[in-house]
Structures are given as structure tokens and as C-alpha cells.
Design a protein around this ligand. Structure first.
Ligand code: NAD
Ligand code: LMR
Length: 341
């Protein structure tokens, strides 16, 4: 039923000890949910990434086909597909990074929290398997509601005794990608020069773009600022409506997921100065145990959580306004694990 890398783990260990033919370290990236709308284009982008030497694709079905397809691309990453529970351990073994886009997407009229009932159980099961088969891997959580699924994974890892807060990330890169695109268009700037930090969480008002820190700097206030903030917060809903029942963002998410995974790989490989906005265990807002902000990435995942920097009154108000919802979503994830154990 599946393509397999025979003795993959042992081979990988051996390879680590030898110098790689392409010069860099051996890095295995595993995607859970790899046959889905995000999983397939994300698999493609990871197959194209020269930092990836092994690409492991897992889903409940469909992955042997996706793996066979991607494996014909003439880039160095070796591809293996795994399908079904019995293969999950093999898919995970020896992973450096596990990316999780497994679970159901929204339909029009739903909030991300409406996905909780289905996705919480999926994430809990996958996190349990990660704790068992690759407890040292970096985890990039894409499955929604991210505000709750990251705390769910943290609680599972704590119970298993494998939790390392430096290695668990909620992927909020799509919010940054959107803020850059929308800011560049509104301000008449070349999008390739633009950066905008986005902090908070990943749902509605919990998404807080810090346009006062956007670069290049150009004045932005009043209705224009309101409109840009709201469009960034509602970017996901804009795509859900446009897809009209056929899911949520997949291609832009695959791009964002690939950007973030590459940043993690660079950090792991010892490259300096890698900073990304991401949702992690944090103490910068004391009442919010998980929070997205700029984070410096290194060989062990989070190297340093950077502060919010100077934020203006508009952003300070928005920060106060998001605390209630984000705090409740975090607690919901924690409670789910405790109640269902
Ligand atoms: P999709 O339905 O197209 O794909 C999901 C895949 O997950 C399917 O192939 C399904 O078989 C698989 N899956 C389900 N249960 C699984 C399990 N137990 N183990 C492994 N795989 C399993 O959905 P999609 O559009 O790819 O979206 C996936 C998730 O990503 C959704 O929850 C969505 O809300 C979320 N998402 C997050 C962001 C973000 O910015 N973080 C952006 C877009 C989508
Ligand atoms: C997004 O921001 O596009 C994702 O979180 C998917 C969604 O449901 O909006």
C-alpha cells in the first residue's frame, strides 16, 4: 500500500555521520495530511527545497500516489509515501521537522473554532505519535484552530514527558504574507521590499498586524489603517467565501508553510539571523501562555522570543481586545487534552 524507504532511520543516521554528497546536513521533513489541499502543494515546495534530503508524506490515504508523482522530480530529496495508522511510526521516524496540515478546513459561515470538534482529536492523535516516534522533531502546526491546536500538542507532549517549548510552532506566516501583500498594494510599494510583523494568534481579531512597524515606512492611519487591519484579519474568510464551499486557502498556505519550514531548516543548520513571526509558548504577554511574535530561530528551534517593540495606541487597543478570545482558545485546547485523556 505504500512506498517505503527501507531502513530509513538507520540509513539516515549513517548518512549524518558521512559527509553528504550535496554538502549540507541530512534533513528529513515529514508532512502529516500530505494528500490534502495544502499537503500536496506543500510537498511540491519541500521537494524543490535543496535543504530537504528526505521528504516523508503521510495521510490516511492517497499518499503513495502523491509520493510517486513527486519522486519523479529531479531534485535531491528522496520521497516516501505512507498511508494509514500502521505506517505513521515509519513516516515519523528520524524526522527533523514535522509539518501538520491534517484535518478539515472551513466552509462559508464557519469560524476556525467550529473546526475544533474534529481537528482537536486528529491533532491529539498525531501529537501522541510524534511523542512516541520522533520526540525531538520541530513541529509546525498548520491545522486549525491554531490558537487551540498548538496548546493541544503542548499538553500531549507534556503528558508524554517530551515537551520542549522551543520546538513547537503554530504557523502564522500566512498572516504575514497577506499583510505584506495588502500593505504593498495599498501603499504603492514593491511587494518584494515589504515586511509587516503580525502578532497575537491566528483567528479574526486575534490576528494583529503591526503596520506601525511595517517597512518601508509610509504614513497609514484612519480608515485606510482600519481597512488594512480588517482585511488582514479576514484574509482567510475572504478565501473561504471565494472558494464557495470547496475549502480554504491551500496554495498561499503551502507557500507560507514552505517559507516557515525553510526558516526552521536554516535555523537547525546553524544559519544566523533567522527571525519569523510564529505562535509559540511565550511570556511576553503574561496572561497569554501562547502568543505569536517575532522569534529568532536556531539549532534547537526557538532561540529567542523578541518583544513587541514599540506599538502605537491603535495597536495597544487591538492587543487588549484580542486577549479574551485568545486566552479562551488556549484554555479550550488545554482542557480538551485533560478531559479526554
Ligand atoms: P484538506 O481537507 O484538503 O486536507 C486535509 C488532509 O488531512 C486530507 O488529505 C485528510 O485525509 C488529512 N487527514 C485527516 N485526518 C488525518 C489524520 N488523522 N492523519 C493524517 N491526515 C489526516 O484540508 P486543507 O485545505 O489542506 O486544510 C487543512 C487544515 O489546515 C485545516 O484545518 C485548515 O483550516 C488549516 N489551515 C490553516 C492555515 C494556517 O494559516 N495555519 C491556512 C489554511 C488552512
Ligand atoms: C487561513 O487563514 O486562510 C486559514 O486559517 C484557513 C481559514 O479557515 O481561514
Amino acid at each position: 500500500r505504500s512506498l517505503r524507504l527501507v531502513g530509513q532511520h538507520a540509513q539516515k543516521q549513517q548518512c549524518r555521520e558521512m559527509s553528504s554528497s550535496i554538502g549540507g546536513p541530512q534533513r528529513k521533513v515529514t508532512i502529516l495530511g500530505a494528500a490534502g489541499g495544502i499537503g500536496q502543494p506543500l510537498g511540491l515546495l519541500m521537494k524543490l527545497n535543496p535543504l530537504v534530503t528526505h521528504l516523508s508524506l503521510y495521510d490516511i490515504g492517497g499518499t503513495p500516489g502523491v509520493a510517486a508523482d513527486l519522486s519523479h522530480i529531479n531534485t535531491p530529496a528522496e520521497v516516501a509515501g505512507f498511508a494509514g495508522d500502521a505506517d505513521l511510526g515509519k513516516a515519523l521516524e528520524g524526522s527533523d521537522i514535522v509539518i501538520i496540515p491534517a484535518g478539515v478546513p472551513r466552509k462559508p459561515g464557519m469560524t476556525r473554532d467550529d473546526l475544533f470538534n474534529i481537528n482537536a482529536g486528529i491533532v491529539k492523535a498525531l501529537a501522541t505519535a510524534i511523542a512516541q516516534h520522533c520526540p525531538e522533531a520541530i513541529v509546525n502546526m498548520i491545522s486549525n484552530p491554531v490558537n487551540s491546536t498548538v496548546p493541544i500538542a503542548a499538553e500531549v507532549f507534556k503528558k508524554a514527558g517530551t515537551y520542549d517549548p522551543r520546538k513547537l510552532f503554530g504557523v502564522t506566516t500566512l498572516d504575514v504574507v497577506r499583510a505584506r501583500t495588502f500593505y504593498a498594494a495599498k501603499q504603492g510599494l514593491n511587494v518584494k521590499d515589504v515586511d509587516v510583523p503580525v502578532v497575537g494568534g491566528h483567528a479574526g481579531v486575534t490576528i494583529l498586524p503591526l503596520f506601525s512597524q511595517a517597512t518601508p515606512k509610509k504614513p497609514l492611519e484612519g480608515e485606510k489603517l482600519d481597512a488594512l487591519t480588517k482585511r488582514t484579519q479576514d484574509g482567510g474568510t475572504e478565501v473561504v467565501k471565494a472558494k464557495d464551499g470547496k475549502g480554504s486557502a491551500t496554495l498561499s498556505m503551502a507557500y507560507a508553510g514552505a517559507l516557515f519550514a525553510e526558516a526552521c531548516l536554516k535555523g537547525l543548520n546553524g544559519q544566523k539571523g533567522i527571525v519569523e513571526c510564529t505562535y509559540v509558548q511565550s511570556s511576553i504577554i503574561p496572561e497569554l501562555p501562547f502568543f505569536s511574535s517575532k522569534v529568532r530561530l536556531g539549532t534547537n528551534g526557538v532561540e529567542e522570543i523578541l518583544g513587541l517593540g514599540e506599538i502605537n495606541e491603535y495597536e495597544q487597543k487591538a492587543l487588549e481586545a484580542l486577549k479574551g478570545e485568545l486566552s479562551a482558545s488556549i484554555q479550550k485546547g488545554v482542557d480538551f487534552v485533560h478531559q479526554s485523556w
